[in-house]
Write a protein that binds this ligand. Structure first.
Ligand code: ZN
Length: 103
């Protein structure tokens, strides 16, 4: 009885493995899609300027980091999705993320 059950279930092991791989592939794709789609939400340059108007001059140019007063930032490549290439703009003095862009 027990060996019959094993005989029935054992051929299903590769099938279960293939289904698990397909499931993880689809789920991973959805997570990447969600990440790319929402990358800028609440983190765009406009969002940062709205939250920290003191960090910019009247002409829109960057003056200083809201957290430490650092005057330089660098753009760091983070990822590429179907929505574009994503960058994080980080204060060079304290390392805090200031805003994000997608090109
Ligand atoms: Zn800073």
């Amino acid at each position: 009885m027990n060996s019959n059950l094993i005989g029935i279930l054992f051929p299903l092991v590769p099938l279960a493995f293939v289904l698990a791989v397909i499931y993880l592939y689809i789920r991973g794709g959805r997570e990447v899609d969600e990440y790319g789609r929402t990358f800028l939400q609440g983190h765009s340059l406009a969002d940062y300027a709205r939250a920290h108007p003191e960090s910019f001059r009247a002409d829109g140019s960057f003056v200083r980091c809201h957290a430490c007063g650092g005057r330089q930032f660098s753009a760091t490549w983070t990822s590429k999705t179907k929505y574009g290439t994503h960058y994080s703009h980080v204060c060079r003095q304290c390392g805090i993320e200031l805003w994000r862009t997608t090109l």
